[in-house]
Design a binder for this molecule. Structure first.
Ligand code: UD1
Ligand code: UDP
Length: 379
């Protein structure tokens, strides 16, 4: 059996990493096809280097564009590679344009498609991700639902039970595996067995909360990049005002590793947040460090809502809906939307909650389970 792992953006690289590691561990026949949707070093290559992932066999270099341009170029490029490589199964993860293009190209060639993180719904068709994830689910053969709730959604949309597998979310695996790697790195450094010579290590140590002059649990962490938030000048300005209020009300730094999309839009709209500490996007280990030491996280990211929940850090989501309602149910997360007053009020509310919820996203073995299922069903 030959598998193709198709990915193209930061979260896909991170969430596919446990699956890639498992394929390597078992010596399976697979290759990585990178669509090139993300290409900046700190959104792409840094993760391959830091997570010790093999380089993609193909990189389509599609780059940025309108939805149709990105997806169209990907479809053409992915079809060409699939015709040449003839894999038995294609794996995609999440809800980006790369995911839809990968699933669509493969299913039209009658190649089996496995969708990792299937069954998520925000029920908000304004979000490109909602279109991508729904269509991908409906042309997939194997749907890897992270939770029972996601499975129920898929069953409700008429997807047969025997195609759905509840596996947990691979983000739990990625966190556990990389927190372990970080601990062993720190041990190595302190015992002086290895010198800190590589760029990766230098970058990692440079950006530790300590060197940003941050004290554990004495800062807020922000990520904000979603199209419906940052491409709308009034909404983006309103959220930034809310974040400024949070910083000044609590007299704590608000750190924002800013996605290039948001940086571009901030410049275009002439927005100048007063109290935010803007930094470049950081690598995964640094980001986990920033997250786990934050007093509270404010975000519109899907992955970051999950990570906050798993790391026991309260989260305020800067959106009106979420496809991760499990986080709301367990009490780790709340939806604040874009109103400055609501952002401040909900931050106060979440700061008063105890962070003793259970992680609803699984036991950290999702990657192993997914690879085992694919190997079994494909024979
Ligand atoms: C994409 C996904 C989104 C995901 C996010 C992860 C879609 C529809 N959106 O959004 O679901 O949450 O990735 O981060 O697939 N840019 C760079 N360097 C890069 C990539 C992008 O500078 O490597 C800038 C470009 O100005 C580009 C803009 O970011 O126009 C948007 O990039 P794009 O890939 O279209 O969408 P994201 O906002 O990254
Ligand atoms: N992330 C990172 N560095 C950063 C910001 C985020 O490594 O500066 C990681 C984060 O840990 C999470 C993933 O990127 O695993 C989330 O990606 P993003 O928010 O871009 O996309 P989404 O999850 O919303 O699709």
């Amino acid at each position: 059996m030959k598998s193709a792992i198709i990915l193209g953006t930061r979260p896909e690289i991170i969430k596919m990493s446990p699956i890639i590691r498992e394929c390597d561990r078992l010596g399976l026949d697979y290759f990585i096809l990178h669509a090139g949707q993300h290409y900046s070093y700190n959104l792409n290559k840094v993760f391959f280097e830091q997570l010790s992932l093999p380089s993609p066999k193909y990189n389509l270099g599609v780059g940025s564009g309108t939805h149709a341009k990105e997806t169209g170029k990907m479809l053409i490029g992915i079809e060409r590679v699939l015709l040449q490589e003839k894999p038995d199964v294609v794996l995609v993860e999440g809800d980006t344009n790369t995911v839809l293009a990968g699933a669509l190209a493969a299913s039209k060639l009658h190649i089996k498609v496995g969708h990792v993180e299937a069954g998520l719904r925000s029920y908000d068709r304004q979000m490109p991700e909602e279109i991508n994830r729904t269509l991908t689910d409906h042309c997939s053969d194997y749907l890897f639902a992270p939770t029972e709730r996601a499975k129920t959604i898929l069953l409700g949309e008429g997807i047969p039970d025997d195609r759905i597998f509840v596996t947990g979310n691979t983000i739990v695996d990625a966190i556990y595996q990389n927190l372990e790697r970080r601990t062993s790195n720190i041990e190595r450094r302190t015992s002086n067995i290895e010198r800190r010579t590589s760029n990766i290590e230098r970058r990692t140590s440079n950006l530790e909360p300590r060197t940003l002059n941050l004290e554990p649990k004495r800062y807020f962490l922000v990520t904000l990049h979603r199209q419906e938030n940052v491409d709308d000048p009034a909404r983006f300005a309103s959220i930034l005002e809310g974040l400024d209020k949070v910083g000044s009300e609590f007299h704590l730094p608000v750190v924002y590793p800013i996605h290039p999309r948001s940086r571009k839009m901030m410049k275009k709209f002439g927005l100048k947040p007063r109290n935010l500490k803007l930094i470049e996007p950081v690598d995964f280990l640094d980001f986990l460090q920033l997250e786990s030491n934050a007093r509270l996280i404010l975000t519109d990211s899907g992955g970051v809502q999950e990570e906050a929940c798993i790391l026991s850090v309260p989260c305020v989501t800067l959106r009106d809906n979420t496809e991760r309602p499990e986080t709301i149910e367990v009490g780790s997360n709340i939806l604040a939307g874009a109103s400055p007053d609501k952002i401040l009020k909900y931050t106060e509310l979440m700061l008063g909650r105890e962070s003793n919820w259970a992680n609803p996203f699984g036991d950290g073995k999702a990657g192993k389970r997914i690879v085992e299922i694919v190997t079994r069903v494909q024979g």
